[in-house]
Design a protein around this ligand. Structure first.
Ligand code: GLU
Length: 476
């Protein structure tokens, strides 16, 4: 949490926005229009549980409707409040613009500790919350499309889509009213791990630019890089797993609610994740050295720090002790505006949240398109693609035999070349392309404009410019 005297999360986002617009050519009126949050709906509803009536408070905030539907997750946490959902909704606007997902920004939240309720109770609460939002078009395939966020996942999305369907029995596009659904309820392959995958693709793209790597006082590629991950939820656990297993990075430290683990050799993640699943924490985990004061591990020397849990974990109280030269914001708003300045002045490179964690909404976009087109990606082309590839392989083999060339294609090549892309491969390809493209547009601004000091400022500039263009084209 941020230290006393620091601006709120919402103010922090505004401060970052203001740094960017200072170097842009936007009228003050348009700046203000883009910055403000259009509306926030607060609902208090009662649910009868355990023989009593419990009242819950929920929010759905719409930051910008320059494109519709507006998009953004629904969070379940006791810390949810209006300032937070508004900050998160604003970040959704900029994130969608940066990765060219054709949505405005929105976010929702329910003040609840999901661990205090059993599955049946959570279903009742979720359905009632969804009912309140659907009634006001705050859940709708054309206007407002939620998704998972902290404390929610596929299960909650399945309840929400079912609730929407019950209330809109003739809407043929009902399944597009929410994303992050389970596969059997209209979901898409690769959505669960999408944000973690996006972190991996973002880092891979960063390491494709030696100049940027040098700016972070690092050398080489991802292989062997020492990484600390704060928060092993859906985002952190997938990112850590992919980076360790596929890119040869070393997860030397992890921070969880009940403490942290450290190992100079790199932690065996499967053991850590299994322990976390079984016990809910990292204490007494058979691998690594346990540290009761988890957050201090974020200050330990490493190459890359990935805060992947929640906002404000790097603040004025600890920023000057953070030693990682590269921070990847897998969570939304993990670095406060004050800490951002401290770190920037010390030469730390921050890959900002609106880019780094955009993998989730990118694949949400694919899911929404899939739902509206009522067909799985690749269903029409896959076998045709395979047949064409087979033609080529057979022709090569025939040529080789006819002319006695003795060519043999390696079995590995043949298998992977012949296989047409399925939905998961297409999703990964679309996500990879999106993450590369967005990095390049952000980098272009960072590298070519001397007044743009960092990637966050560049990301805001790209995003705000796109939102402004959309307003201008509407005549505003
Ligand atoms: N909650 C995620 C985020 O903060 C995903 C949003 C979405 O898929 O709409 O980006």
């Amino acid at each position: 949490m941020s230290v006393a005297g620091e601006p709120s999360f919402r103010q922090s986002v505004d401060l970052m926005f203001n740094r960017a617009v200072q170097v842009m050519d936007l009228s003050p009126g348009l700046q203000e229009k883009i910055r403000v949050c259009n509306s926030t709906y607060t609902v208090r509803f009662g649910v009868r549980l355990r023989g009593e009536i419990f009242t819950f408070t929920g929010y759905r905030s719409v930051h910008s409707e320059h494109m519709e539907p507006v998009k953004g997750g629904i969070r379940y946490a006791l810390s949810v409040n209006q300032d937070e959902v508004e900050a998160l909704a604003a970040l959704m606007t900029y994130k969608c613009a940066l990765v060219e997902a054709p949505f405005g920004g929105s976010k929702g939240g329910l003040c609840i500790d999901p661990r205090q309720w059993d599955e049946r109770e959570l279903e009742q609460i979720t359905r009632r919350f969804a009912y309140e939002l659907v009634k006001r078009d705050l859940i709708s395939p054309a206007q407002n499309v939620p998704a998972p966020d902290m404390g929610t996942g596929e299960r909650e999305m399945a309840w929400i889509v079912d609730q929407y369907r019950r209330m809109n029995t003739t809407d043929i596009n009902a399944s597009a009213c929410v994303t992050g659904k389970p596969l059997n309820a209209g979901g898409i392959h690769g959505r669960v791990e999408a944000t973690g995958r996006g972190i991996q693709y973002a880092l891979r793209e960063f390491f494709r630019h030696p100049e940027d790597v040098a700016a972070a006082r690092l050398t080489g590629g991802l292989e062997g890089k020492r990484i600390v991950v704060q928060g092993l939820g859906n985002v952190g656990s997938h990112a850590a797993r992919f980076l360790a297993q596929e890119d040869g990075a070393k997860i030397v430290g992890v921070v969880e609610r009940d403490g942290g683990l450290w190992s100079d050799e790199g932690l065996d993640l499967e053991i850590v994740l299994d322990h976390l699943r079984r016990t809910g924490g990292v204490k007494e985990c058979p691998v690594g050295t346990y540290h009761a004061d988890g957050p201090t591990l974020m200050e330990a020397p490493c190459d890359i720090l990935i805060p992947a849990a929640m906002e404000g974990v790097i603040h004025l109280g600890n920023a000057d002790r953070i030693r990682a030269p590269l921070i990847v914001e897998a969570a939304n708003g993990p670095v406060t505006a004050g800490a951002d300045e401290v770190l920037r002045n010390r030469g730390c490179i921050i890959i900002p949240d609106m880019y780094a964690n955009a993998g989730g909404v990118t694949v949400s976009y694919f899911e929404w398109v899939k739902n509206l087109s009522h067909i799985r990606f690749g269903r029409m082309e896959r076998r045709a693609e395979e047949a064409r590839h087979r033609l080529l392989v057979e022709e090569l083999e025939r040529l080789s035999a006819d002319r006695g060339l003795g060519w043999t294609l390696s079995p590995g090549f043949k298998d992977s070349y012949l296989r047409g892309a399925d939905e998961l491969e297409l999703v990964r390809s679309g996500l990879d392309d999106t993450m590369r493209g967005a990095y390049q547009s952000m980098r272009q601004v960072w590298r070519t404009r001397p007044e743009v000091t960092d990637l966050r400022m560049a990301a805001y500039i790209v995003a705000i410019e796109r939102v402004a263009a959309s307003y201008r084209s509407k005549g505003l």
